[in-house]
Design a protein around this ligand. Sequence first.
Ligand SMILES: *Cc1c(COP(=O)(O)O)cnc(C)c1O
Length: 434
Amino acid sequence: MQTTRSEELFAIAKDLIPGGVNSPVRAFKSVGGTPRFIDRGEGATIWDADGNSYIDYVLSWGPLVLGHAHPQVVKALIAAAGRGTSYGAPTALENELAQLVIDTVPSVEMIRFVNSGTEACMSALRLARAYTGRDKIIKFSGCYHGHADMLLVQAGSGVATLGLPDSPGVPASTTSNTLTAVYNDLDAVRALFESNPGSIAGLIIEPIAANIGFVMPHEGYLQGLQDLCHQYGALFILDEVMTGFRVAPGGAQEKWGLDPDLTTLGKVIGGGLPVGAYAGKRKIMETVAPAGPMYQAGTLSGNPLAITAGLTTLRELLKPGVFEGIAARTADLVRGLESVAAEAGIPVQAGYAGSMFGVYFLKEQGAPLIDSYEAAKLYADPPRYGQFFHAMLAEGVYLAPSQFEAGFVSSAHGEEKIEQTVAAAKSVMVGIGK
Ligand SMILES: *Cc1c(COP(=O)(O)O)cnc(C)c1O
């Protein structure tokens, strides 16, 4: 596979942009090698600058649930652009998307649109603090909620419990109110509530921990967290930036019958353009300015281009059979990967929900279940994933360039693409099993 052009472009980029990329994981650091510079995408396929094509399971890290350049989305965007891209004034379109989300995501009664998942989570926590008059928040090690200062605490053990920041530039004073617990450990959260009486504003969690690979919640765990929050007067905040419109049309809260106080959304809700949202119960959302005193604003928030992409994408996704079709293809893919791994004698832990999936390569056969970031660090085998990743890339399959990221399927991934992917994995697994 010729990659000269990507190599040249990466060399130029590194001189212009830190690390050559505008978001770190794109740089292929954890798998090594040169990131592919992408030239175009259509349906389930992307083409790089050297003209190589790949079946894409990254899908811009989740947003493209209909695949690249979906004809309806493109058509709607062209029409919207012709009427102006942003006015800084309200539009009827925003009402339409707001109503659609309220009708689709069970707990949501009101919604505020922002421009990214980061903004959504940052604002939701400000709201939790404003509404409860409390300062502390609980998050989970390995859960990612964007790059706001107070949320850049995720490292394990000692660092985590002390609330020390993960990144230079984040003052300890900013994270001193961030308490961290191990994912899937309910008792740890109860202990935090007990040792911080009356001071925890809210708890934020990814319903599936999918920024460390793919970790499912234990049965009843999320419900248990919701109950604890309510027992101690804190808000239960479900970060559905990734799981929203993917785990079920109404997100993880629909799948597991949860009733979060606040929900954060992003990715699919923007259909490939920058949109995020925080949403939830009316009495809480009315704390947000100008209805209430909590300030939050955005020059381009709710712009017609982004809202059109989201609205068109969701309307297509919610047509009868579309979601179910993507979910069925996802199940076929994961079962296929599991079976070729088993044939090759390679230990994996695979999982999926709706149109999201993840496959851990394990250090050894019979490793304990990966159910937290701590367990992922112990039992997953990133070097072997790196081998798999590069061999799949050579076969024309583009997976996440890190073992600790989830994968995504779109409505454009037909049976044929799934079969092609599994066949590629079969030959690759035999090679790396040796
Ligand atoms: C991607 C992601 C975010 C951050 O969204 P951005 O749009 O990248 O700022 C927040 N939470 C979760 C769960 C995510 O997967």
